[in-house]
Design a protein around this ligand. Structure first.
Ligand code: DAT
Ligand code: MG
Length: 154
């Protein structure tokens, strides 16, 4: 089975609202493997790079401030497993929570595009870039195996 990795983050509003365990448990119960995890107030440079494709948008400065102002930290994660990039996006739901299906994280827990509680990489390229940005240090992403893998993936 091809194992992909994706970057998923609980944003400051999700941390503030006590939804870290909710996000983790959805990926964990699905059978995905947690291979990277950190809590941080991200440096402004990191968030500007993370959202570089949005730098010309009118909401960019507000987005960077919300991510970096320290009123709550971000929980960054790397999740591994079959098709996890696309499946992770599906589990996160549409960018605007008012368009997100019930059953998705955004569709179940939020109402506003500016407070949509979670991030998920949108492609293989952005997953690789984002994992490098957030987990670039040696040993920050951990290779390990599930003891019960044969019961989850065949
Ligand atoms: P996504 O987070 O679903 O990948 P995106 O990459 O288009 O969405 O935008 C990144 C974040 O920027 C998004 O989660 C919330 C914020 N954002 C996007 N569009 C916005 C808008 N019209 N107004 C305010 N914030 C917005
Ligand atoms: Mg995006």
């Amino acid at each position: 089975t091809v194992q992909e990795r994706t970057f998923i983050a609980v944003k400051p509003d999700g941390v503030q609202r006590g939804l870290v365990s909710e996000v983790i448990s959805r990926f964990e119960r699905r059978g995905y493997k947690l291979v990277g995890l950190k809590l941080l107030v991200p440096p402004t440079d990191l968030v500007k790079q993370h959202y570089a494709d949005l730098s010309s948008k009118p909401f960019f400065n507000g987005l960077v401030d919300y991510m970096t102002n320290g009123k709550a930290p971000v929980v960054g994660m790397v999740w591994e497993g079959p098709d996890v990039i696309k499946q992770g996006r599906a589990m996160v739901g549409a960018t605007n929570p008012l368009s997100a299906n019930p059953g998705t994280i955004r569709g179940d827990f939020c109402l506003s595009v500016g407070r949509n509680i979670v991030h998920g990489s949108d492609s293989a390229e952005s997953a690789q870039t984002e994992i490098g940005l957030w987990f670039g240090g040696k040993g920050e992403v951990v290779d390990w195996s599930f003891g019960n893998e044969e019961w989850v993936i065949s």
